[in-house]
Design a binder for this molecule. Structure first.
Ligand SMILES: NC(=O)c1ccc[n+]([C@@H]2O[C@H](COP(=O)([O-])OP(=O)(O)OC[C@H]3O[C@@H](n4cnc5c(N)ncnc54)[C@H](OP(=O)(O)O)[C@@H]3O)[C@@H](O)[C@H]2O)c1
Length: 191
């Protein structure tokens, strides 16, 4: 049976992930602001591709539709002034897991610019995408999804490591947009 993926948010990230998933043969639907729970209800895996500051509202809209399901947190935990909102002692993903304890949160996608999320590649090179979660089966499922989309998928351990993935996502933004390297850039973990 095909995995049905519900993407919350239809912006840069949500639309790119949907293109990548479609190419990889997954069935996916993207939400508007008004049909969040409907999209999550019909899905096996849910991707949160909304601004970090909208998370509480989105969690409210999701309600119990995510219970028992994998929730991929693609957000970067940024304040309104684009500073890292949390870090070192917790992360957006860990705080999200506390808000939705019946879901299996996996941190992924946040270290990649949206421009490359539909292919997992840049200039002919495969980009790395990390997945961190406390649920091994959920992490493995997301690693498989990332691989199908074209990424070099890397097991990044427990959800606590989202602290470092969110910092890496922030570094990506600094390198790309503050230090002028642009978005045609990305990380590759050589091993
Ligand atoms: N852009 C990147 O390269 C990149 C890379 C890695 C991670 N991220 C992270 O991914 C997330 C999405 O980024 P983005 O660039 O795709 O942002 P975006 O283009 O602004 O898209 C955000 C989406 O979230 C929806 N949304 C906002 N508030 C909502 C709410 N309360 N309920 C339901 N939907 C809501 C928006 O709907 P409306 O348009 O109707 O407001 C829009 O579809 C952010 O957390 C960002 O930090 C971004």
């Amino acid at each position: 049976m095909t995995t049905k993926i519900g993407i919350i948010g239809s912006g840069n990230v949500g639309s790119a992930i949907q293109r990548g998933l479609t190419k990889a043969g997954f069935e996916s639907r993207v939400s508007t602001e008004d049909n969040v729970s409907q999209i999550a209800d019909g899905a096996d895996v849910i991707v949160l591709a909304v601004p970090y500051l909208a998370i509480d509202d989105v969690v409210k809209k999701l309600g119990s539709t995510i219970n028992g399901k994998i929730v991929i947190d693609a957000t970067n935990a940024l304040t309104q002034t684009m500073q890292l909102a949390l870090g070192h002692t917790t992360s957006g993903a860990e705080e999200l897991q506390k808000k939705i304890p019946k879901a299996k949160v996996v941190k992924a996608f946040n270290t990649v610019f949206a421009q490359h999320m539909d292919s997992g590649t840049l200039n002919g090179q495969t980009l790395t995408a990390f997945a961190a979660s406390d649920d091994e089966a959920a992490r493995n499922k997301v690693l498989q999804i990332l691989r199908s989309m074209g990424f070099d998928a890397v097991h990044a351990g427990p959800l606590q490591n989202a602290r470092y993935l969110e910092a890496l996502g922030y570094l990506n933004i600094q390198l790309g947009y503050v230090l002028g390297n642009g978005a045609m850039t990305g990380f590759k973990y050589v091993r």
